[in-house]
Design a protein around this ligand. Structure first.
Ligand code: PLP
Length: 418
């Protein structure tokens, strides 16, 4: 038994734990009035009791604004917020907590880099290398910066299986790229990109590399130092934490040189009408009152995931993925989009002659939650010449029964539409 931030003792399941062992930690999954096979984990994860309790405990017993108060509540809230930063830094193998900037999520983390480092360093003729499989969050901020600086965007192609063309990538980077921005794991294809290799190639040619870790931090061990990236962006809500909180990790020397992102309280050192000076990193990038409860909730999520151990989570999800893909391949007319050799637990698929939205609607009637649409990856849909897919994305708390529900739901879809 270990003592959690919630003050409540939390069961550490004995290894090797199974999905069924941990499922009971998630109240929404065990609700009997609204049972659901929740297979939309790439959009957002469910929240364990420990995270819900930690957030509530902050509001019930510690609520005060941080960094400015000398009284007990404010000091406690500040300590909890800053210790969340330290915990998150350790979780991703960041060399120093000050290099972790709290943001609203992955999207804001990427925008922060684009609007600070990007506007400061990119100019007419600079090249930004993206990939065909990027989420809109890792495309649009760069288009906005490109429009303001005259930088150009080039795109690394993917193969029909959903793997990056590494030779083409190296050619694009070698052609004088300033920045590479690439997703660690594709939210559509499930492809786990060889990001350490991509980082080495980027650095060999003098480019920096930003990794979009939205889909990786919750599904595999992530160690920034080993990946060798310069920026790493992720969201708390996809890793069992609350919505509205996430983080950017960036190399300390880059953060020191970058201008502030937003102006306001806490990010300044001095203010006068003649001009202002900036606070030190990380505060320089955290203007205004942050999501204190969110940071504390995310810290509890990190505790929770750490107790389960990320390597075990990855192994459990790999087994689930293998059995789900095997079962789906028995369904007539089903085509999986994304068959990379290194794949995380995301399965996009099509059913011959049936629109993905119809698949999603019938599955919902069968109490199976999957996502349908372009998944914020329209350029990838264009590459496959499809408007949308249905997507089942698994987490460690999904059980074989969830996969059975998906498969029988899909047979129901076929009955209705064929
Ligand atoms: N990048 C990827 C690969 C994603 O899957 C997502 C969300 O689905 C995002 C970025 C954006 O994350 P958020 O909306 O939490 O900022």
């Amino acid at each position: 038994m270990t003592q959690a931030i919630t003050g409540k003792s939390i069961r550490k399941p004995s290894p090797p734990w199974t999905s069924a062992d941990v499922r009971t930690d998630f109240p929404i999954l065990t609700s009997t009035d609204r049972p659901v096979a929740y297979l939309d984990n790439a959009a957002t994860s469910q929240k364990p009791d420990a995270v819900i309790a930690a957030t509530a405990r902050y509001y019930k017993s510690m609520n005060a604004n941080i960094h400015r108060g000398v009284y007990r509540l404010s000091v406690e809230a500040t300590e909890a917020y800053e210790s969340a930063r330290a915990k998150i830094a350790a979780f991703i193998g960041a060399p120093h907590p000050r290099e972790v900037i709290f943001t609203r999520g992955c999207t804001e983390a990427i925008n922060l880099v684009a609007m600070t480092w990007g506007l400061q360093n990119l100019k007419a003729g600079s090249t930004i290398v993206l990939t065909q499989m990027e989420h809109h969050s890792n495309i649009v901020p760069w288009q906005m910066v490109a429009a303001r600086t005259g930088a150009r965007i080039v795109v690394t192609p993917v193969s029909p299986q959903g793997e990056l063309d590494l030779a083409a990538y190296e050619r694009l980077v070698a052609d004088g790229a300033a920045l590479v921005a690439v997703t660690h794991i594709s939210n559509v294809l499930g492809t786990i990109n060889p990001v350490a290799e991509l980082a080495q190639i980027a650095h060999r040619h003098g480019a920096l590399i930003l990794l979009d870790g939205a889909q990786s931090v919750a599904h595999m061990p992530v160690n920034i130092a080993e990946l060798g990236c310069d920026f790493f962006a992720f969201s708390g809500h996809k890793m069992c934490g609350p919505t509205g909180i996430g983080a950017l990790w960036a190399r300390g020397d880059l953060l020191d040189a970058m201008p502030p992102y937003q102006g306001g309280g806490d990010m300044i050192s001095t203010v006068s009408f003649e001009g202002s000076t900036w606070n030190i990193v990380p505060h320089k990038f955290e203007a205004g009152t942050p999501d204190i409860a969110g940071a504390i909730g995310l810290s509890a999520a990190v505790d929770y995931l750490s107790r389960l151990e990320m390597a075990r989570i990855a192994a459990v999800e790999a087994d689930l993925l293998a059995s789900a893909e095997k079962a789906l391949r028995t369904i007539p007319g089903l085509r999986i989009i994304g068959e990379a050799r290194q794949k995380a637990s995301v399965i996009s698929f099509l059913l011959d002659g049936i629109h993905p939205h119809d698949i999603g609607t019938i599955l919902d009637q069968e109490h199976v939650a999957v996502r349908t649409g372009h998944h914020c990856c329209q350029p990838l849909m264009d590459y496959y010449h499809i408007p949308a897919t249905a997507r089942a994305s698994l987490a460690f708390y999904n059980t074989p029964a969830d996969i059975d529900a998906l498969v029988s739901g899909l047979h129901r879809v076929i009955e209705v539409f064929r």
